[in-house]
Write a protein that binds this ligand. Sequence first.
Ligand SMILES: Cc1cc2nc3c(=O)[nH]c(=O)nc-3n(C[C@H](O)[C@H](O)[C@H](O)COP(=O)(O)OP(=O)(O)OC[C@H]3O[C@@H](n4cnc5c(N)ncnc54)[C@H](O)[C@@H]3O)c2cc1C
Length: 291
Amino acid sequence: MRLPHFDYAAPTTVAEALRLLAEKGPGARVLAGGTDLLIRMRHGLVTPSAVIYLGDIAALRTIFYKSKTGLTIGAMARLVEVVAHPDIRRRYPAVADAALETANVQVRNLGTVGGNLCNAAPSADNAPTLLALGAEMVLAGPKGDRRVALDQFFKGPGQTVIAPGEILTAICVPPPPPHSGAAYQQVSARGKVDICAASVGAAVVFAGETCQEIRIFLGAVGPTPLRALETENLVRGKVFTPELIEKAGAKAAAESRPITDMRASADYRRQMVGVLTRRALLEAQKRAGKH
Ligand SMILES: Cc1cc2nc3c(=O)[nH]c(=O)nc-3n(C[C@H](O)[C@H](O)[C@H](O)COP(=O)(O)OP(=O)(O)OC[C@H]3O[C@@H](n4cnc5c(N)ncnc54)[C@H](O)[C@@H]3O)c2cc1C
């Protein structure tokens, strides 16, 4: 299907983008890499009256790390840039892993982490790790900037707390604490050409051999990424042993809320959550230097 008619604008500043959004009203949509939006438009699932492309706003493309504030990923930083960024590879390797697990190289050359999160698919590859790491979303709107914890950002499939007239400008990830590690694990039935059937992001902080803090998020097994709170409670304050890791996998599987669809059955997804949780915990432990 051909794309329907729409107005197009490519502002070069955030202020101009916000002014255009206000002027064009509720029918306007923001365009990042277009790997979700343009496909939905082509299928007639969304019919925006205006499309506002953010890729010409240089300030939104930057990625930088500061020891006090941590990592900032501009909303228009492309997935390939996140995969390759030296600070991300060194200090947040799970963030690079998740970006690398997203789609194929053609899509990663265009697509952004910001677009992946704003699209709010339950299977979004970049969500579980950033959630586990306690990321925040910076939203700019007519009344100024506000920050929203990523774990308060998703409202349902395709739905977020972004208000009309707002755009995401950056994703901020706190500095990694000492003796911490994170990992992302996912499985998809058809490899890189398909979105995942289940995924797990985990972040752990150790005090000596004890797991002092832990956050685990499950993707594609609920309407939004799910926090595995019972699994966290099981693991927190304990030393990782093979028995504990086994129990954690079983607990996470029990906490997941998968459905059966064309990609996988609910049973398969539940079993995979167990496997992926075990793998993610062991990888996170290794990255924390505790193995
Ligand atoms: C062949 C193929 C394979 C794919 N495989 C995967 C996969 O394996 N894993 C996966 O997670 N995804 C996958 N996707 C989906 C998609 O590529 C990703 O979600 C990508 O990261 C989207 O980013 P984008 O920049 O292209 O977003 P866009 O399509 O430009 O935007 C997506 C949505 O977010 C909104 N938006 C974007 N930026 C902002 C902003 N700054 N502020 C407010 N709203 C904004 C848009 O209005 C739109 O609603 C795949 C897509 C294709 C076509």
